[in-house]
Design a protein around this ligand. Sequence first.
Ligand code: SAH
Ligand code: SF4
Ligand code: F3S
Length: 482
Amino acid sequence: MYNEIDLDKIDLNSEAPTEEPDRQYYYIAKCQKWIREFENTNGRRPCFFTQTFGCQMNARDSEKLTGILEMIGYEKADSEEADFVIYNTCTVRENANNKVWGRLGYLNNYKKQHPQMKIALCGCMMQEEEVIEKLQKSYRFVDLVFGTHNIYKFAELIAASFEQDGMVVDIWKDTDMIVEDLPIERKYSFKSGVNIMFGCNNFCSYCIVPYVRGRERSRKPEDILREIERLAADGVVEVMLLGQNVNSYGKNLEEPVTFAELLREVEKVEGIKRIRFMTSHPKDLSDELIAVMGQSKKICRHLHLPLQSGSSRILKEMNRHYDKEQYLALVDRIRKAVPDIALTTDIIVGFPGETEEDFLETMDVVKQVGYDSAFTFVYSKRTGTPAARKEDQIPENVVKDRFDRLLKEVQSGAAKRAEALTGNVEEVLVEEINRQEESLVTGRLSNNFIVHFKGTSDLIGKIVKVKLQVCKGFYFYGELAK
Ligand code: SAH
Ligand code: SF4
Ligand code: F3S
């Protein structure tokens, strides 16, 4: 739809429309005027830099911000030495926050030398009251602060910040709105994330996401399919369907649809060759989904299935709604239906009250499942979550020791799984020129493993057959197969 919008036809002398997305196109046109003035004075267009600190959903939001900025007329910069810097923040663990505070210190110095520049902060961290208080008290040099629920209003907020002095702050506690049809600028030409739902209702006891992303809202299947059809027409061959718990997709729609039904429809979109999704909560993973995965030609042979802990006692404390046995039985059912599937996971070490026995249960699941890769995290206390109020927080040295042991187990299991693939010829989607060695390209197998092989940039976005020659633990070196 935004391809068809003629911004010059928007009458800026009239009031802003109240309907979305029309209102935002009005503000995009309005901001465009300032950009033209900047260009006339400076002989160049202003440039912007966005940095994403969080997950795939956060990254997709950044693509939305970029789409709006480019439509306004900003140019992309490669570094923070830009006219407009936007940090899209994450707060899932304390170190995600610390990174942002650290970068802000640097930006403050840069802005002192370039007072005309603008700084915006948005994303999950901005949904926390203490963060806003700290910014208003000690970070007055920030121009614009908004949250996760109103990023669609970015153009309107930029306009507000052009029009008024001082910090513009707009944070919503929650929303039931989903605004469609605003511009989005993809990072990759051939693959794209697609939000299928927003928010989370699960309240795992350690997790801040439900508090900062609000209640679960699913997009209508027809809106999702329309977006994917458009992406396919634009050269996209791989889509990643995004949600905090894709397995509960569609439950709260007026006409309920299951995630498996949605996948069947996505499968029919011509031009799409690979379908991925993130994240699958084990408690809601249905047999219907397993069956669809088994039959599909396009769904990738990869499932990310966060375990969090292997101890049934800890899983209960985490409010995960499955136990060790149920998780292992689920893995069995999946492997039976899709024997060549790669399984990856997330694990938290040092949840309050975790004993050595609990930890050994986690190690046991890791051994039994044999993950192809796993993200391991040290438990991070998040203010406002039930787990943060628990008294028996685990000492740092104990957590560190468990973390190291777990990582070793994960890595050796993953290396064995990868080793077993050596010699195979596999389909690979070529993603980019290798970052270290220009004569190589880097591609991804259906099962999400990475392979580097000799090739040129014309292969980017294509699916080719590659022989996996040397296994390097979690990636391969290979050769184009004849
Ligand atoms: N919705 C996804 C996860 C999103 S957050 C799911 O339920 O699987 C990504 C990962 O961060 C989680 O799977 C969890 O392993 C980790 N995580 C979340 N909160 C955390 C915390 N307080 N400390 C450490 N890791 C955490
Ligand atoms: Fe957090 Fe649990 Fe929701 Fe995942 S499902 S985002 S871990 S509350
Ligand atoms: Fe972080 Fe928000 Fe994603 S807290 S992990 S960016 S949903």
